[in-house]
Design a protein around this ligand. Structure first.
Ligand SMILES: Nc1ncnc2c1ncn2[C@@H]1O[C@H](COP(=O)(O)OP(=O)(O)O)[C@@H](O)[C@H]1O
Ligand SMILES: [Mg+2]
Length: 280
């Protein structure tokens, strides 16, 4: 079991910043920009620097269908959900239930036929491709089941590519790449290319690449599906650390019941709809 991975009682709950975090902010004094706070941040990064009571992403009445050979295939049939800052949210459901389709909509890669998707107030359902691409490059990270690394580039160069794409100033690259590779525990493998790494290590490079530009939202489509349970557990530990120190929200899909134990929230999808307490 992965009970060692379970979130701490103080982990993010919408509208309830952790007691420890609130205490630290108070101790830092009246001026929130003061040196005391900076010192506190350096020591304890669990500070309420993001508003966890307002959704990062809102999905309302979303439907998505595709034309297949003259027929209309209804894949998503009215999805409602909210993702709050610092949450680890999982979408579960059988193959073909619509999880990847929903993840693509949330990330602005695709648009719904009906309904609304608001990311930090930006209406993805009505924004142009260019606008969505811009927001995605700045503020969303993607991780895929098959890692999607550039095979001829080293771990370091793969992460660098994502900073280049996001338009991060070159002067910041070195420090940020080193930080991200350290966060995923790959400092010693930074010059290895993907084929010189294990599956778990490749997935951790993919994570470093996906968070390099400091996205608010990290989306991961079955990130542990190709990994054995130990490597899958490592990936989940890295996800928890990313939420804590990078202040990111993570939404991922999985089939794995053991992995689901570490989620803050699980949405179950059956045939294009959420079931259970999330239905409606
Ligand atoms: N671009 C597309 N064109 C036609 N059908 C699609 C397209 N994308 C997904 N589908 C169909 O939608 C259904 C749900 O797919 P998907 O979202 O990938 O499910 P999951 O990720 O839960 O396995 C499947 O039947 C799939 O074939
Ligand atoms: Mg899928």
């Amino acid at each position: 079991m992965m009970s060692w991975l379970r979130r701490k009682a103080s982990a993010a709950v919408p509208g309830e910043p952790s007691a420890a975090a609130a205490g630290t902010a108070e101790a830092a004094g009246e001026n929130p920009d003061g040196g005391a706070l900076a010192a506190a941040v350096a020591e304890d990064r669990e500070l309420p620097e993001v508003d966890t009571s307002t959704p990062l992403l809102t999905v309302r009445g979303v439907e998505r269908s595709f034309s297949v050979g003259g027929d209309t295939l209804h894949v998503l049939k009215g999805i409602n959900m909210e993702l709050y800052p610092l949450q680890l949210v999982m979408l579960k459901g059988r193959s073909g239930s619509g999880k990847t389709t929903l993840l693509n909509l949330i990330g602005g890669l695709d648009q719904p036929n009906r309904g609304e998707i608001l990311f930090k107030g930006h209406p993805f359902h009505s924004s142009s491709d260019d606008k969505r691409t811009y927001i995605r490059r700045q503020d969303i990270g993607f991780i895929f089941q098959s890692f999607a690394l550039m095979p001829l580039l080293s771990a370091w160069e793969n992460v660098e590519l994502s900073l280049r794409m996001a338009g991060v100033p070159r002067s910041q690259w070195k420090g940020r790449i080193a930080h991200c590779l350290e966060l995923v525990g790959l400092t010693k493998r930074m010059h290895h290319r993907p084929f010189e790494l294990s599956g778990g290590e490749q997935q951790r490079v993919a994570i470093a690449k996906a968070i390099a530009h400091k996205p608010s939202l990290l989306l991961a489509d079955e990130p542990t599906a190709e990994l054995d349970s130990q490597m899958g557990a490592q990936v989940m530990a890295v996800f928890r650390e990313i939420i804590r120190t990078e202040r990111t929200t993570i939404c991922m899909t999985t089939h794995d019941q053991t992995i689901m134990e570490v989620a803050d929230r699980v949405f179950e999808m059956v045939d294009g709809k959420f079931v259970g307490r999330d239905a409606g």
